[in-house]
Structures are given as C-alpha cells and as structure tokens.
Unconditional design. Structure first.
Length: 413
C-alpha cells in the first residue's frame, strides 16, 4: 500500500518540535500580556477580496501565492496568507473602535503561501503576531519593535539585527513615486518582468526585488527618506529616539519597503545571518491606511509577525525539554490500582504525571522516568503499599524519602 505523505511545503510538528512550538507560542503570549495584549483568533479562511484589497493586488502574495478556491456555495475563499488583514476585518466588523480607544491583540497560527519550499520557507507555516489599533504615537512603534526584539532575546535568540525605515504617507509617497519612476524609466527594459509590473502597480516594491541584476541597477535609486514631510521625519526621529531609550540597536535601511502594500511610515525587520536566504525572522510596521482601505476609517495601526518555524530553527536544541512533575513506578499487580488512583488524584490537583500501563521491573521504570524527563519518581512496591506509604525519589536533588500516600500532594506542591 502506498503511504500518504504530507503535502509538499507542509511540515508536521510533533515530539520535541511540539514542545518547542508550545514553548515559543506560550512564552510569547505570556510576554506580550505584560504589555497589555490579549488573544485574537480569526478564521483560517476569508473572502478572497479581503486579501486583494488588504495586502494589495500588485504584491507577490496576491499575484502568485494565495490558496484560493470556490467553496460549495460558489464563494471565492482564500486560506489566509497573513494575519493583519483578518484582524482589521474583525475589528471593523465588530466596531471595536466604538468600545475602546486602543486595542492590542496577539495571535498565533498557520498561514498559507504557495511559495517555492526550502529551509525556512514553507507553504503552510506558523506566525506569532501582534496588532495594535487606535494609536498613532511613534512611541508605540518603538515599544512594539522593542517588545518583539526583547521576546526573541528572552527565549535565547541573540545576534539579531533590527533594520528600520520610513516609507512615508500619502503625500510623500506620491512625490517619491514620481522621483523613483523618473529614475527607473530609462532602465525599464533591463529590469525583470516582476519589476516592470511593480513599476505599474507599486514602484516602491522594485527596491524589494531579490534578483541580483535588479538590485545592481537600482543600487543608486533615490531614497524615500529624502521625500518625507517634516511631520513624517519627526515621527521617524521619535521612533529612533525611543528605540535608543529602550536599548534596541538598529540599522537604518532606506531601501527597506516590505512585501505588503498596506504599510506607511515606519517599517522594520528583524534579521539573522544564520538562516541563509530566509533570514527575516520578524517583520512589521505601521499600516494607518489599511483601515481606510477596508472600512473607510481613519484609525492608525501598527504590528508585526514572526515566523515560528524560523524561530524554531534558530533555537536548535536550546529550549526547555520535557518538564514532567512525577513518574509513577508500580511494582507488582496488586499495586497497579492504587498507583493509577494516585496518578489520577495528582493530575486533578494540577501535577503532570506519567504512568505505564504494563508491569515493569525497577530498572526499566527508571529508564522510562529519565526518558520522559520526570522531576520526581514515586515508587509503589507491595511492602510500601501494606504500610500506606510510597517511596518518593527527587531526581533533581537526588534525595529519596518514604512518604504517606495522604501526604503526597502536600509534599509535591
Ligand atoms: P511577512 O513579512 O509577510 O509579514 O511575514 C512575517 C514573517 O513570517 C516573516 O518574517 C517570516 O519569518 C515568516 N514567513 C513569511 N513567509 C513564510 C514562509 N513561506 N515560510 C516560513 N515563514 C514565513 C506579515 O505577514 C505581516 N502580516 C506582518 C505584520 C503584522 N505587519 C503588521 N502587522
């Protein structure tokens, strides 16, 4: 029989990877809670138009990477390629802006992009992300950049580089578009097909092209920071001032434009040199125009998303492995039922417990306890049972004592 395999570009997460995934997403959620973020979960699929209008018709995501299909009701549905557009859709649909001034959300989950799979690039991948809606202060930009950076440091990922830029807003974008097109027009025929298309739809994205020839040709392109208005420049300067205050080292990259159309003003990425060409661990920025585009609302917003698989690759073996409170070793048939009763009671009192269903000798129990990473082992032998006690072995401190069954819960607290 032919075994069915996972679809190209998808990856199972289980075993140690499952523990790593859990560690990353749970630590992120806990960490971001300190900054006032709460969980948001939006559907995995949305109406296709949300991404066309949100992410932008000229982007790689919308042009060639979306998983789009007709459902049985003949609606055009798309598996979400990213999280921001859906968060904004939910926020607008539920009129959250009428209920609170500033909303701060955290999310974690699968995204789908039909890209060419390689290490660190999948067709189904996971992101953790945050979105803040309703705040225009540049201090927020710096705070969110610092939060993502500090989170990565906290879980053990260092050697990261923060690159930032300002891509301006409407007025300066129109001005820059013209300046850039004047520069690009004479070389149009030498640019790649994608770049020629980008020149029509969003010329800024020509600067994001990964093809060497295009990079070389546009190396001396005018930079957007020269077209910023005074207000935009002040915003950018304040972001940098607060990044310094929060101790975040950054590099300015005037060519950083990001691959999604909704950005304005501050954009940034956090990059590593340890993942080859897929070195962007986290990316985000301000998207004040997206709420206008999707719901005709003047509401500012800022956020980021990070690739969980890329974080997992960077963590390697450096994460807290199995963390089990107790392994129960029962020796002899008559100890089996009391052992399972103790396991059940301890689990109900909040302890994590492992117990084997088959009778085993002491040696193989100890091996198993070690393998599952138990901090304690409770040994239940027939002699101990008759006295109403068990042997409690502390694997961490290497001590051992006889404990009455009633007292177990208190001791393991
Ligand atoms: P993005 O830059 O498209 O931004 O994706 C964010 C991160 O997701 C990337 O830096 C990368 O780590 C990861 N990622 C993207 N594509 C793949 C892939 N094919 N395989 C593995 N990992 C991948 C966004 O998605 C925006 N929604 C971020 C944002 C939130 N901006 C404002 N708020």
């Amino acid at each position: 029989m032919k075994l069915i395999k996972a679809v190209r570009g998808t990856k199972d997460i289980y075993g140690d990877d499952g523990i790593k995934y859990d560690f990353i997403t749970k630590t992120a959620q806990e960490f971001f809670k300190n900054y006032g973020y709460s969980l948001i979960k939006t559907p995995i699929f949305e109406e296709t138009d949300l991404f066309k209008r949100g992410v932008g018709e000229g982007t790689d995501i919308v042009e060639k990477e979306m998983y789009t299909f007709q459902d049985r009701g003949e609606r055009s549905i798309t598996l979400r390629p990213e999280g921001t557009a859906a968060v904004v859709r939910c926020y607008l649909e539920n009129k959250v802006y009428a209920k609170e001034d500033v909303s701060r959300y955290f999310y974690a989950g699968s995204m789908f992009r039909y890209e060419r799979p390689q290490a660190g690039r999948q067709r189904e991948f996971n992101q953790i992300g945050v979105e803040v809606l309703g705040e225009s202060s540049p201090i927020l930009d710096a705070e969110v950049i610092s939060m993502g950076y500090s989170f990565l440091n906290k879980i053990g990922i260092t050697d990261l580089e923060v690159t930032i830029n300002s891509v301006g807003e409407k007025e300066s974008r129109v001005k820059y578009r013209e300046v850039l097109l004047n520069f690009l027009n004479p070389m149009k025929e030498d640019l790649c097909d994608d770049c020629r298309m980008r020149m029509e739809k969003n010329p800024l994205r020509v600067l994001d092209c990964k093809i060497e020839k295009c990079k070389e040709l546009t190396a001396l392109a005018p930079i957007i920071t020269d077209s910023l208005t005074e207000e935009e420049r002040n915003h950018y300067e304040t972001v940098k001032k607060y990044l310094n205050l929060f101790g975040v080292k950054y590099k300015e990259d005037p060519r950083l434009v990001r691959g999604l159309d909704y950005y304005s003003s501050t954009v940034y990425e956090i990059v590593t040199n340890k993942l080859g060409s897929q070195g962007t661990v986290l990316g985000g920025g301000r998207y004040d125009n997206l709420l206008k585009q999707l719901g005709d609302k003047e509401i500012p917003a800022f956020g980021f998303a990070a690739g969980v698989e890329r974080i997992m690759m960077l963590l390697g073996e450096d994460f807290p492995k199995r963390d089990l409170d107790v392994y129960i070793a029962w020796l002899g048939e008559s100890t089996m039922d009391p052992a399972f009763k103790i396991a059940n009671d301890l689990r109900l009192s909040g302890k994590s417990v492992a117990i084997d269903y088959n009778s085993k000798g002491m040696k193989s129990h100890m091996k198993k306890a070690d393998k599952v990473g138990a901090k304690n082992v409770i040994i239940i032998g027939e002699d101990e049972m008759s006295k109403g006690v068990v042997m409690l072995k502390d694997f961490v401190n290497r001590t051992q004592e006889e404990v009455s069954i009633e007292n177990l819960k208190n001791i393991l607290k």
